[in-house]
Design a protein around this ligand. Structure first.
Ligand code: HEM
Length: 179
């Protein structure tokens, strides 16, 4: 998992819960990196699971609720760091329909070791997109947050629902409607 995912996560934890909580979750997790991340480095996904689980234990907020908020926060980091990619899209639905075939393809060129999900579009209309999320990491709540923030970025309203096609969250269908 790329370092930017960790640095932005710890930034958000600091903003919402304070530096002490950042230190606490790092201390409670058994981290090969010792909790030192650079945005271009690559670290084990299990470190993120550990940090998230400990944050959930401390805050009593479910991991998926934390991940969804983290998705909205991460969108801002994408807009700041990859504005040139984001700005090529004129609407949130166009953006979301392009994640798999364009955006993440560019990301993979920049970082060949990136661990990216796959999105399969099963229905595409002017105001609606249905796509299936596939990832062994089951970060669908993170995806949900990114989707919601995509609409806010363009000052549009959305209605997003999802259905787990695999119980463990590794295959999830999203129905995304522009309101
Ligand atoms: C400019 C736009 C975008 C850029 C540059 C970008 C880049 C990235 C990067 C660097 C990662 C981390 C890969 C790793 O840790 O190895 C990632 C992961 C991810 N991205 Fe994107 N992304 C963009 C837009 C989006 C959007 C709009 C979505 C909305 C659905 C999305 C969904 C995800 C998900 C769900 C992951 C987590 C990995 C997983 O689920 O397996 N991305 N992306």
């Amino acid at each position: 998992m790329k370092g930017i995912v960790f640095t932005e996560f710890l930034d958000l934890v600091e903003q919402k819960f304070g530096l002490e909580t950042v230190q606490q979750i790092i201390d409670q997790s058994d981290l090969e990196s010792n909790g030192v991340y650079t945005s271009v480095g690559t670290y084990k996904f299990t470190e993120m699971v550990s940090l998230l689980t400990n944050l959930s234990d401390i805050t009593k907020i479910a991991p998926n609720d934390l991940l969804k908020v983290y998705g909205t926060h991460f969108f801002k980091a994408l807009a700041d760091n990859y504005g040139s990619i984001l700005n090529t899209y004129k609407s949130p639905l166009e953006l979301l329909a392009s994640v798999d075939e364009h955006i993440h393809v560019e990301v993979r060129k920049l970082y060949p070791d990136a661990e990216l999900p796959r999105f399969e579009i099963t229905e595409q209309k002017d105001n609606k997109l249905t796509m299936i999320y596939y990832s062994s990491r089951a970060l669908y709540a993170f995806a949900h947050g990114l989707m919601e923030k995509s609409f806010e970025h363009y000052n549009q309203d959305s209605e997003i629902s999802y259905k787990l096609l695999e119980e463990d969250g590794t295959v999830v269908q999203f129905e995304i409607t522009k309101k």
